[in-house]
Design a protein around this ligand. Sequence first.
Ligand SMILES: C[S@@+](CC[C@H](N)C(=O)[O-])C[C@H]1O[C@@H](n2cnc3c(N)ncnc32)[C@H](O)[C@@H]1O
Length: 279
Amino acid sequence: MWSSHESLSCSEREFLVLRDLIRERTGNFYDDGKRELLAERLSPRAIELGFESLIDYYYLLKYGPGAEEEWRHVLDQLSVPETYFWREYEQIRALVQNIVPAHFARSNATPLRIWSAACAGGEEPLSIAIALREAGWLDSRIEIIGSDGSRQAIDRARAGIFRERAIRNLPPSILSKYFQPEGKNWRIDRELVNLIRWETVNLASRTEVERCLPADVIFCRNVFIYFDMEAVRATVGWFAKGLPKTGYLFVGISESLLRATDELELKDVGGIYAYVRSR
Ligand SMILES: C[S@@+](CC[C@H](N)C(=O)[O-])C[C@H]1O[C@@H](n2cnc3c(N)ncnc32)[C@H](O)[C@@H]1O
């Protein structure tokens, strides 16, 4: 009997076919040194399904009945949901102080859609909602979407309960205003959770991405670091087509898209850089 911590063996050949399929379907890329890591991530689910080898799991994912549903589990297993409230806050400040006021100053202003496209447990879109609320902008003209490829991550976001680690960067005044202690954890105001449209979206699937487009501002931070360049190019291409001329895309501050696209270029907004359409 396998315990949940045991890993199935993964030969070089099994690794190569699995990682290519995973790259094609999720964008996530495992280079040659990550064979054991991939085996560790996939094994618990493969074992739970009664498989004795990862190649059997591969066949299920590639050809099996129920493969579509099983990809949801793959995205759960591969997910690195590290995030926290107020992360890379300068970009959110630019949204609240520059982008939103400029948008609504236009005489023909339409409602504004903000999409947090790999939001893990929801800390990013909830930070955006709080910052907008603090500045008096959060009303029915603004729609916020929080999505992630991992359904488990979105379920955690909907539950609205966060560990101490998630609130480590929050100003104390914001913590006491919007959160209630609950045992060792913190519960965020239900109203904020309910304001956000939560979705499960695989960023490597054009049809899933297009469900959230067009969007005026896209936050897609700290996820392309797990993708290979081809997958980044594809997703960024769909984003670029779904971004209005006045739209903005934020990636993580250590990420760059300059090798991935010529449809977007960098623009200074409130002292930080965001991507905008180049044509
Ligand atoms: C490190 S977290 C980033 C969270 C947040 N954006 C931030 O910057 O703090 C990366 C997230 O990307 C998600 N992810 C990985 N591959 C994905 C895919 N193909 N589609 C959607 N989300 C994906 C993971 O589930 C994980 O929650």
